[in-house]
Design a protein around this ligand. Structure first.
Ligand code: FES
Ligand SMILES: [Fe+2]
Length: 353
């Protein structure tokens, strides 16, 4: 249980708006046929398992009989078997067999709690709540897809490379805000995304359009903006955010600043908020380069993110102060201010204070 930042009353996160958004819980490649794996999402322990037809199932990692962890059991013949008394559950959650009572046919009450799952961007996504009662009243939410859009992944001129996961002891909103923040480039990413002599952030545009945050004309002087860059260049960014814990940035280096002609890239940030202050993080780099090894991009992303990580883990509080206005702001932070406003409008309570 987490506490509501406004009322301080306990909140059941599986009934909250966060639970209506889709969140990644792991890479598709981690979940092998006829095997199960334990994951955490929004403080809820889940078991994810794949059947022989490659179908993913997600259940509460707590057997409805006596509460044992289903993830300690086996997947046999497209059913998960509880390790304690051997009850078998199909992907619909229905119990098909109770070994202690071979003559008994379990009824519809005998079922495990299941959740929706799908695979996209090389990740398994889960949502804990299929319907939300407040949607009709919340205009901002009605306009959102609840699943983050990443148009670059459908662009045939770009190829996607998944980087991560990184486990970070911080909240998902702190991670998103760091991704949207340009004023840290000259300090945290000196020599890569920023130049210590040029820390100023020029004015840029930020707007909420149809429930989506967009920042444009964001410019940064970057000594090495990507894995192929050959010289410093003024790079123009755009940010796009339609999900509380995911965001996308696109950048196009000017011609001549990269070893590849017409190089451009979009980077998506994906977060699994495991607990309010612990996350698993991936990035998808959609790059105009079909030749280089994935490892080239993964190494560059590792370098950049490992510079961010100690700062992120040092921030106090680890929860993003959205409801308590306890931090100072400046004009360079207007994307972050808009993000905080959007979290409030959506009614997000996980990872914030
Ligand atoms: S606790 Fe799972 S079968 Fe008894
Ligand atoms: Fe950074």
């Amino acid at each position: 249980m987490i506490a509501d930042p406004n009322t301080h009353q306990p909140v059941d996160i599986t009934e909250s708006i966060e639970a209506f958004f889709w969140h990644p819980v792991g890479q598709s490649s981690e979940f092998l046929s006829q095997q199960s794996k334990a994951v955490s999402l929004l403080g809820v322990e889940l078991v994810v398992w794949r059947d022989s037809h490659q179908q993913i199932s997600v259940m509460l990692d707590q057997c409805p009989h006596r509460g044992a962890k289903l993830s300690l059991g086996q997947v046999v013949q497209d059913q998960i078997i509880c390790p304690y008394h051997g009850w078998r559950f199909s992907s619909s959650g229905q119990c098909s067999q109770i070994p202690a009572l071979p003559e008994f046919s379990p009824g519809t009450k005998h079922c495990a709690k299941t959740f929706q799952a799908k695979e996209q961007y090389g990740l398994v996504w889960v949502r804990l709540l299929a319907e939300h009662p407040d949607l009709a009243q919340n205009e901002t939410l009605q306009l959102s897809s609840f699943f983050p859009q990443f148009l670059a992944s459908q662009d045939s001129h770009l190829r996607s490379v998944l980087c991560g996961p990184y486990t970070v002891q911080s909240s998902a909103p702190r991670l998103v805000e760091n991704f949207l923040d340009m004023a840290h480039f000259s300090f945290v990413h000196e020599g890569y995304l920023g130049d210590a002599q040029l820390p100023q952030v020029a004015n840029y545009e930020v707007a909420l359009v149809a429930g989506t945050l967009k920042a444009s004309s964001c410019k940064a002087w970057q000594p090495q903006s990507n894995a192929h860059s050959t010289q410093s260049a003024l790079i123009e960014y755009e940010y796009y955010l339609d999900h509380p814990f995911s965001a996308v940035l696109s950048k196009v280096p000017p011609n001549g600043a990269s070893a590849k002609d017409n190089y451009r890239e979009s980077i998506a940030l994906w977060i699994c908020p495991e607990t309010p202050t612990r996350c698993k993080v991936w990035f998808t780099l959609a790059v105009a380069d079909f030749e280089s090894e994935d490892a080239v991009f993964q190494a560059f992303q590792d370098t950049i993110f490992l510079q961010d990580q100690p700062i992120l883990e040092s921030q106090k509080p680890a929860l993003l102060p959205v409801y308590q206005d306890t931090e100072l702001h400046c004009a360079a932070d207007k994307t972050s201010a808009m993000y905080r406003r959007l979290l409030k409008q959506w009614g997000i309570r996980f990872g914030v204070c």
